[in-house]
Write a protein that binds this ligand. Structure first.
Ligand code: 13P
Ligand code: SF4
Length: 339
């Protein structure tokens, strides 16, 4: 367990409030909205959260938008409806604020695939390399990183680095391979991956495409190369959402976590969205970590102001530089917050 998670769990103490039962008669939307006002709290939610949580959030976005919001909010409490690395990033950007995560166990298979102590040894083999890390990594990994990136700004981040400067890219080998192709670089890739984006089934997707010949197939760059190879469009969650709004097509097969379909459907009620099938019997693909957060846990977390994300000062100090640099590059590239 990494330091952030250990410290936050210690902070939970013996309260065990996660076991508390919420009165089934309680109007959770009303209660959450009341707590937001009473406590001057803001709810930031990722697109992969369940739809009820998205609907009660103050801001819904991708990893870049969420970190930009976290950096500039004037709320006293940031309630992060997302996963642990996202809440850690919010804490690093707003260390004076209380950052809450409804379920501390909402982790990330991609972040877990790159333990900082192993990465440190790996990095020693490439002393001349700069490190670019996907924001989907632990706070501690960010202390070993020169610049963070998200799937929205990754190309801009890599292109901001001189061509003759060698780079290590961590932790996602699929996104790294996609970026190598897109930018013509030869970055050294850490061998990590996201369990949700690695599970899409080419055969089932191909059959689905045959049944829906007019549908556009769109995919997140965390997917494997053979899935990306058949995509009409590749982009971050925000990129995919914007594409479905602006493209003429009326049907889309979507290869990313199925939570994004809620905003797609809300933005384009007359279009049809079909989640790309994984290689099991499920019809769509949910991230088990993202889906650990529920309305009940969101309410409890706001009521009790726990679990709180606690990070050691040195982690905030050293890790923050890589996020600040990412945010500067994003502004320079015109990728600032639109709303
Ligand atoms: P983005 O929303 O930044 O595209 O990231 C996707 C993701 O996997 C978050 O966990
Ligand atoms: Fe991590 Fe993948 Fe879930 Fe995103 S979808 S939180 S990268 S496991």
């Amino acid at each position: 367990m990494h330091t952030g998670l250990a410290a936050a769990e210690k902070n939970l103490g013996k309260m065990g409030y996660l076991d508390l039962v919420v009165d089934p008669q309680l109007d959770l939307v009303e209660a959450i909205n009341r707590l937001k006002k009473e406590k001057n709290a803001v709810i930031l939610a990722h697109y992969y959260q369940e739809s009820e949580i998205q609907d009660v959030a103050d801001y819904i976005g991708d990893s870049l938008g969420l970190s930009q919001k976290a950096a500039r909010t004037d709320a006293d409490i940031i309630v992060f409806a997302g996963v642990h690395f996202m809440a850690e990033t919010a804490k690093m950007l707003s260390p004076q604020k209380k950052v809450l995560l409804p379920d501390l166990k909402a982790g990330c298979s991609l972040a877990d695939s790159c333990p900082p102590e192993l990465f440190k040894k790996f990095k020693e083999k490439y002393p001349d390399h700069m490190v670019v890390s996907y924001i989907n990594c632990t706070a501690e990994l960010k202390t070993l990183t020169d610049i963070c990136c998200t799937s929205t700004n990754a190309v801009a981040v890599i292109e901001s680095i001189p061509k003759d400067q060698p780079i290590i890219f961590a932790p996602d080998k699929n996104l790294g391979a996609y970026l190598n192709k897109k930018t013509g670089r030869d970055m050294v890739l850490w061998n990590g991956a996201c369990m949700v984006h690695e599970i899409f089934d080419l055969e089932r997707i191909t059959k689905l495409k045959h049944r829906h010949p007019n549908a556009k197939f769109i995919a997140h760059p965390e997917c494997e190369e053979h899935i990306l190879a058949i995509a009409d469009f590749i982009g971050s969650t925000t990129g995919l959402l914007r594409y479905t709004i602006n493209d003429q097509a009326t049907e889309f097969i979507v290869a990313t976590e199925a939570g994004i379909l809620h905003q797609m459907q809300k933005s384009s009620p007359d279009k049809t969205f079909i989640p790309a099938p994984p290689n099991n019997n499920c019809a769509c693909n949910d991230c088990p970590h993202m889906k650990r957060n529920t309305m009940e846990k969101l309410y409890l977390c706001m009521e009790h102001e726990l679990p709180e994300i606690i990070l050691e000062d040195w982690v905030i100090e050293q890790g923050r530089k890589s996020i600040d640099r990412m945010l500067e590059i994003s502004e320079e590239a015109g990728l600032g917050l639109r709303d």
